[in-house]
Write a protein that binds this ligand. Structure first.
Ligand SMILES: Cc1cc2nc3c(=O)[nH]c(=O)nc-3n(C[C@H](O)[C@H](O)[C@H](O)COP(=O)(O)OP(=O)(O)OC[C@H]3O[C@@H](n4cnc5c(N)ncnc54)[C@H](O)[C@@H]3O)c2cc1C
Length: 397
């Protein structure tokens, strides 16, 4: 779930800036992926205390308690680990619905929002470029409820048309054509006339056998043939050789989720951070105690069966614990409770993909004149290419 970002500004032709953006458009090319969000809930009792950021933590309980001696104690009814949209939403909701009164949230970064993070280019300051999540499907009722409740104005974004697909150097505008061009072996036997959705359904019908396979790749290759597996990898925009693959069950879970999408997207006019900002402001007003720059390093139980968290500056005791962090950061947390979560089979089943997201701002919408052959790409189109890259043209209007 690690995501890195790169932004580059190609808009300053010969150093001229002024007013060019009124005329020209911007393209945001995004190599995406997806990830996964982990929210694990548990319930119990108690308070605690904390430690110095320069000290490292391991599973040695003696070392942990000596670290705890040097930190400040903090007592919370609910301790939330992670200040992304999940953690902020849980904090705000518990307080708003008056389920809890003493809610603490710990965020390791110096900002809240996690994978929702907007950037502005100097030369296009009024365009919030979302480095992580950037659009919301119409079916995301919880997020739409947030838009409504906080009066967040949204604009309509491009429909996900997969207008231009590329694999193995072949281009197409739909998966069936791409399948015929780039994966000709699939034009024989079982999958000859099968659409992507039909292949997926066939795979799902064998899900009960998934447990016999150690990886999703093996499972897909067995039932879809190695070529079918390659097609799926390309169409899911991830490189099967580099990513941590979810197990077969997680594939169908996420595919099922995908089928509930309308593919009609919107985004807040001021970027997705408008959501996390609103949640944070509301949570604080309702009494949430938010701590940033607080890396939760250890989660264990104390003698009173309460949760005990060791963060950068605090030792926290809590009756209830909410884990709102992705898989990889979760793996970094030590302590008996964290280990129980890490060793749970459900935790193992969560897949993730490494993501790199890049943006470039261009002074001219060059793709409009790039009309050679079928390689024309209009505004607001999606490009899915080379198995691990998604691109979108985003015009600046
Ligand atoms: C490139 C990209 C594009 C995406 N596009 C979309 C999209 O268009 N639409 C959409 O709906 N979704 C999209 N997503 C998914 C969406 O961003 C995530 O599902 C969502 O932001 C996850 O929120 P979260 O709060 O669960 O996790 P995160 O946002 O990851 O928040 C977890 C927080 O926990 C903190 N943390 C981690 N470890 C610790 C620790 N030990 N102690 C304290 N704090 C810790 C992190 O710093 C982080 O702030 C995209 C994701 C990526 C990466």
């Amino acid at each position: 779930m690690e995501t890195s970002y790169r932004v580059s500004d190609h808009s300053g032709k010969n150093g001229t800036r002024k007013g060019v953006f009124l005329k020209y458009k911007i393209v945001a090319v995004i190599a995406i992926v997806v990830l996964v969000a982990l929210v694990l809930l548990a319930a119990f009792l108690g308070p605690g205390r904390k430690r110095s950021s320069s000290e490292s933590c391991d599973n040695n309980s003696g070392q942990q308690s000596s670290i705890a001696e040097q930190t400040t104690q903090l007592s919370c009814d609910v301790a939330i680990v992670g200040g992304g949209i999940s953690g902020l939403y849980v904090a705000e909701t518990l307080l708003r619905l008056q389920k809890e009164t003493n809610v603490c949230l710990f965020e390791r970064d110096d900002r809240y929002g996690g994978r929702i993070h907007d950037h502005s280019f100097q030369r296009a300051p009024d365009i919030p470029v979302s480095l992580g999540a950037w659009r919301v499907d119409e079916s995301h009722s919880t997020v739409w409820e947030i838009f409504k409740r906080f009066n967040i104005s949204v604009s309509y974004a491009a429909k996900n048309n997969q207008d231009r697909l590329e694999a193995r150097g072949f281009f197409a505008t739909d998966i069936l054509t791409l399948k015929q061009k780039a994966f000709p072996a699939l034009s024989h036997a079982r999958f000859q006339n099968a659409t992507y959705q039909q292949m997926l359904a066939y795979l799902a019908s064998h899900l009960k056998d998934g447990a016999n396979f150690t990886s999703l790749s093996d499972f897909e290759a067995e039932y879809l043939t190695p070529e079918g597996f390659q097609l799926f990898s390309h169409m899911n925009a991830f490189n099967p050789n580099n990513d941590c693959q979810p197990n077969p069950q997680s594939l169908t879970d996420s595919s099922h989720k995908g089928t509930t999408f309308t593919h009609n997207y919107s985004r807040p006019v001021n970027g997705l951070s408008a959501i996390t900002r609103a949640l944070k402001t509301s949570a604080v007003k309702l009494g949430a105690k938010l701590y940033k720059d607080e890396n939760v390093r250890v989660i264990q139980e104390n003698q009173e069966n309460q949760f005990k968290l060791i963060t950068t500056r605090y030792t926290v005791t809590a009756k209830k614990l909410v884990l709102a962090v992705p898989v990889n950061p979760m793996k970094q947390i030590k302590g008996s409770v964290a280990e129980r979560v890490q060793n749970d089979s459900i935790f193992d089943s969560i897949g993730f993909m490494e993501a790199f997201k890049g943006f470039a701002v261009f002074e001219e919408a060059w793709w409009q004149s790039n009309t050679a052959g079928s390689r024309y790409l209009a505004d607001e189109q999606e490009l899915l290419s080379s198995s691990d890259c998604l691109g979108f043209t985003v015009p600046y209007k």
